[in-house]
Design a protein around this ligand. Structure first.
Ligand SMILES: Cc1cc2nc3c(=O)[nH]c(=O)nc-3n(C[C@H](O)[C@H](O)[C@H](O)COP(=O)(O)O)c2cc1C
Length: 304
């Protein structure tokens, strides 16, 4: 393998570049995940997979606002058994896939891992932060004790790295992160979408069928920067940044805050060219600043 300045290693996972596809935007099938990799993503996170197939909420599930995108998709997914078959079909291709999983507690998370773990993929991302599905997201992900129990259940069933994806919908983000790391998590992903809502003024009707949803895109980036900065200051594990990234400047900002890699979600609606566009910009910035590796930039915002 030729070394390039963009190549990163995060908790032992090797990515060709630090720009990854975030969970839920395109990765319900291995085909869409592969398309993101072929379009220049350094790695991809699957749609969150639960124990049973789930249809999700009825439409409208997506609404554009001037602060970003509001969604209440409702964790629609094919279930662990069907997704395991999808993964089995790409065995031997060594694709940089991270599998996102969710569940109602330690037992369900453990079952999902037992079903998926024999497959070839890089790591797990535990979605403990969905703001709009009752009983599986922030309700358990805001409780450090439950998070600790979930991480232990997963940790005891896999040798793969485990990342915990956190919510910033609580003042306890750091406390939850500490519980996750103390229970064996190898890293933290921050952040998921922020609990939000929109109402149409002419009809008075909430815009989403589920009423409450999650805000993603430009409006949440400063929140992501703050949480990543705080986590970097307080923890020793790698952080994968996520939230409102659509340009190379945004990606570099999250890296300077402390992210070792950066996930892109909402900006994918601009097209799959976003990965190469961001990577080219990061590479030029590194050349201009004389950084030889992405790792040299991680957390540089803390020296002031
Ligand atoms: C339509 C949609 C579906 C999503 N589904 C998931 C999901 O299944 N699991 C998850 O962990 N995050 C999910 N997310 C959250 C994203 O992965 C990401 O954390 C969030 O959108 C913030 O990043 P962004 O501003 O780059 O979109 C979803 C976001 C959107 C917009």
């Amino acid at each position: 393998m030729v070394d390039t300045p963009l190549r990163v290693s995060v908790a032992g996972m090797k990515f060709e570049n630090p720009i990854l596809l975030a969970s839920g935007i395109a990765g319900v099938t291995v085909k869409t995940l592969t398309r993101a990799i072929e379009s220049g993503a350094g790695g991809v996170v699957s749609k969150s997979i639960g124990l049973e197939p789930r249809e999700g909420y009825r439409n409208p599930t997506l609404v554009a606002t001037d602060s970003g995108l509001l969604n209440a998709v409702g964790l629609s997914n094919p279930g662990a058994h069907a997704f395991s078959e999808e993964l089995a079909a790409v065995k031997g291709r060594r694709l940089p896939i991270v599998v996102s999983i969710f569940g109602g507690g330690p037992v369900e998370f453990g079952r999902v891992v037992e079903i998926l773990d024999r497959n070839e993929f890089l790591a797990y991302e535990l979605n403990l932060s969905c703001p709009h599905v009752e009983g599986v997201g922030t309700e358990i992900g805001h409780d450090p004790e439950v998070v600790a129990a979930v991480v232990k259940a997963v940790r005891s069933r896999t040798q793969k790295p485990v990342f915990v994806k956190l919510s910033a919908n609580t003042h306890r983000t750091l406390e939850v992160a500490r519980a996750a790391v103390g229970s064996g998590a190898n890293g933290i992903t921050a952040i998921n979408s922020m609990g939000a809502m929109a109402i149409e003024v002419e009809t008075g009707r909430p815009s989403l069928a589920h009423k409450y949803g999650g805000l993603s895109g430009p409006g949440i980036r400063p929140i992501a920067v703050a949480r990543i900065y705080e986590l970097y200051e307080n923890l020793k594990v790698p952080i994968i940044g996520c939230g409102g990234v659509s340009t190379w400047e945004h990606a570099v900002e999250l890296i300077l805050a402390g992210a070792s890699a950066v996930e892109v979600g909402t900006a994918l609606y601009e097209g799959y060219g976003v990965f190469n566009k961001i990577n080219r910009g990061v590479e030029q910035y590194m050349k201009r600043k004389k950084y030889r590796r992405v790792q040299e930039m991680v957390g540089l915002g803390h020296k002031f």
